[in-house]
Write a protein that binds this ligand. Sequence first.
Ligand SMILES: NC(=O)C1=CN([C@@H]2O[C@H](COP(=O)(O)OP(=O)(O)OC[C@H]3O[C@@H](n4cnc5c(N)ncnc54)[C@H](O)[C@@H]3O)[C@@H](O)[C@H]2O)C=CC1
Ligand SMILES: O=C(O)CCC(=O)C(=O)O
Length: 429
Amino acid sequence: MDKKFTITSDIPSPAHICPFDQACSYLDAAGKELKLNQGLLEILSNPRKVVTVSIPVKRDNGEIQVLAGHRVQHCNVLGPFKGGIRFHPAVTLREVSALAMLMTWKCALLGIPYGGGKGGIAINPKNYSATELERISRRYISELIKDIGPSVDIPAPDMGTSAREMAWMMDTYSVNMGHAVPGVVTGKPLSIGGSLGREMATGRGVMIIVREALKNKGKSLEGIRIAIQGFGNVGGAAAELLHQAGAKIIAVSTGSGGVLAENGLDIQDLKAYQKENNRKILGYPQAKPISNAELLTLPCDVLIPAALENQITDENVNQIQANLIVEAANGPVTLEANLSLEARGVTVLPDILSNAGGVVVSYLEWVQGLSYLFWDEQKVNDEMESLMVKAYLKVIQESQNRKISPRLAAYVLGVGRVAQALNDRGLYP
Ligand SMILES: NC(=O)C1=CN([C@@H]2O[C@H](COP(=O)(O)OP(=O)(O)OC[C@H]3O[C@@H](n4cnc5c(N)ncnc54)[C@H](O)[C@@H]3O)[C@@H](O)[C@H]2O)C=CC1
Ligand SMILES: O=C(O)CCC(=O)C(=O)O
């Protein structure tokens, strides 16, 4: 019998935390809600193409190392594969596959004409010099040259990569084509066709979602106590913009631990300290040191995980005190933890909505490039904000109409749009 999912048990919960299995469980839950045919779900559960390449790299000391570089292309029914490239020691093919699938639903939910992809290399970029990272980035793209392109697959930054790596990748692709191809990557430096607003975009999108969620509860950002795990591109930008908007950022953390100031951190000052201290925030004199585990369980109004997957699990979920969690990272809350948070009435706004500001501005960068136009930052921010708010309102509406969680509602909207397109294109009988 077709069992209607309820708000507290709408996601099945297998007892493991493989990111790809979790992504498939969410897809299955959306498929059930949408009453999708099993064959169609089978198509959507499998990436369209999985590429793993060897990247031989000569270290600065002359040693040769061979790295594995992945690119997973999940779905291109709505447009080119789109998604970041991660340099992080925990990268695995299953992780990249999960992240590629999330990109498909994210782009569909936001209504931008892309499919989903993701790439990654299992290295700790901190252990490599800039010249080594350049060789790695260039060789990775050389090996993938036939699989990417402005209308095929368009990489962007993710953990451990930034505009610098995108510039090397764009240059390598362009040299091979014999002319400049700015549309092959997004998140590029402004000098080679990047967009104003892209660097802060994911964090800005997170700020917009927090603001809208509070507005929905009749509150404003003023004085709201927020803890943020991760102080990189996304966490750092979200902290800065939320702080500017009047929120109190009581704690932030990096991979090596965090800092807490009950009365709120001065984010600009902390950023300046981080810059001066080789990207470290520990030792910041105006705050107390805390561990990442402590940060997640602090008493606060809003918790923003902005680092890695699987940070809120069944092991720490009962200690979580925030009643709004906005997923800035991809997959930071496990299936089981998600269930238990929903059962307690904690609102969890999912990654595919909350961190979509980055790919939205990537899309705006790509559009500017294709039309040989450059917009001012206000226009970029306004366009992004309008798409983010629209997606947020649709998710909340869908969640209320179907009496399902915001996460399942976001999946229903994203998966539903891709399924519809698959049917309309006739790729599925
Ligand atoms: N960069 C972008 O535009 C987008 C990124 N995301 C997601 O946001 C998350 C963060 O990405 P970025 O900020 O770009 O990466 P980043 O590399 O700029 O920063 C990552 C931050 O997380 C911290 N971190 C690393 N391991 C940690 C651990 N075990 N515990 C706590 N903190 C840890 C790092 O120290 C750093 O502060 C990822 O899940 C990524 O997929 C999502 C959408 C777009
Ligand atoms: O900007 C992009 O194209 C992709 C960003 C990304 O990797 C993500 O949203 O997880």
